[in-house]
Write a protein that binds this ligand. Structure first.
Ligand SMILES: C[S@@+](CC[C@H](N)C(=O)[O-])C[C@H]1O[C@@H](n2cnc3c(N)ncnc32)[C@H](O)[C@@H]1O
Length: 167
């Protein structure tokens, strides 16, 4: 919430939202929230909590999508599951299709000094430079924080959390 609330805007899309309680905090703080996930089960859980207070998109970020327009894009822990460079390019293309100049991308991934797998799946981990390279010339990195997330079973997971602004 601290990262997101430091960005201007209240229209947000949370991609790979899962069933995160971050969505509850966003709603409580007056955000207009769209959640996207490839998992219909995750969206069903959010729908049970929030009903028509959210917009729901059940789709795959590695495909070309028409997502609408938002002021903030938030991703915690989905980009790092995209292992194929073409899928990552499509992710950036989807991001750029819905965040205009002056908008923000808050992107949080496992960092290069951390775990290489999550939930039995391989990960593509990141440092600042890799994220800057991936997003390319249309974006300015305005903040980057390293921290250790404690997962639900007590494991330490080094993360990188970044805020980018679209030029
Ligand atoms: C580790 S969970 C993170 C959930 C939430 N953002 C959080 O931080 O608690 C990753 C989520 O990304 C979703 N996901 C994985 N690959 C995806 C894709 N290609 N397109 C959209 N969602 C995807 C999964 O279904 C899952 O809900």
């Amino acid at each position: 919430m601290d990262l997101i609330s430091s960005c201007d805007g209240k229209r947000i899309i949370d991609v790979g939202a899962g069933a995160t309680t971050l969505i509850d905090s966003l709603v409580e703080n007056g955000y207009e929230v769209t959640v996207l996930d490839i998992s219909s089960e995750a969206l069903r859980i959010l729908s049970n909590r929030h009903g028509t207070n959210l917009q729901y998109i059940n789709d795959d970020l590695s495909k070309a999508l028409e997502l609408g327009e938002y002021e903030i894009w938030h991703d915690r822990a989905v980009l790092h599951f995209l292992l194929n460079p073409n899928d990552r390019e499509q992710y950036v293309s989807n991001l750029e299709s819905c965040i205009r100049s002056g908008g923000f991308a808050v992107i949080e991934t496992f960092s290069t000094d951390g775990a290489k797998m999550c939930c039995g799946l391989d990960l593509h981990t990141y440092d600042e430079e890799m994220l800057v390279d991936l997003l390319g010339d249309n974006w300015t990195l305005i903040d980057s924080i390293r921290h250790t997330h404690i997962n639900p079973v007590g494991g330490e997971r080094p993360y990188i959390s970044t805020i980018f602004k679209r030029k």
